[in-house]
Design a protein around this ligand. Structure first.
Ligand code: AMP
Ligand code: ZN
Length: 118
């Protein structure tokens, strides 16, 4: 599934550049263009899923692999080790959930405090 009007589909397709930190056959991870923390990555499934509001049981293996990949990417990109360090995983969903790009993505936020939005 690919939405020609979707920003992250364009990044997945390579039509818009990104600062890529990881890619496999089902997901891509890149640096957020407007970081809210010293480390701010986005983990994006290649398939266009609009948000967490649309996920089904069929998506569970993909979502599980994204969640398992997140700590590895956090550590590889500058987050400090648990428990003194750590990171935050956020999935904004819908307008009231603060979602601006309607292609499902995990935010990985980490690094020394303070962060832009606390
Ligand atoms: P959300 O508000 O959860 O939908 O998050 C969308 C995120 O995408 C924001 O943190 C933006 O800074 C980020 N973003 C928007 N455009 C780009 C881009 N071209 N490359 C990387 N990150 C982007
Ligand atoms: Zn998309």
């Amino acid at each position: 599934m690919h939405d020609p009007d979707c920003l992250f589909c364009k990044i997945v397709a390579g039509d818009i550049p990104c600062s890529k930190v990881y890619e496999d056959d089902e997901m891509i991870a890149f640096k957020d263009i407007r970081p809210a923390a010293p480390v701010h990555l986005l983990v994006v499934p290649k398939r266009h899923i609009p948000s967490m509001a649309q996920v089904t049981a069929d998506d569970a293996p993909l979502l599980g692999r994204m969640m398992v990949k997140a700590p590895e990417l956090a550590m590889a990109n500058g987050c400090n080790p648990y428990p003194e360090g750590g990171f935050r995983i956020v999935v904004n969903t819908g307008a009231e959930g603060g979602q601006e790009v309607h292609h499902l993505h995990l935010h990985i936020l980490g690094g020394p405090r303070p962060w832009r939005n606390g």
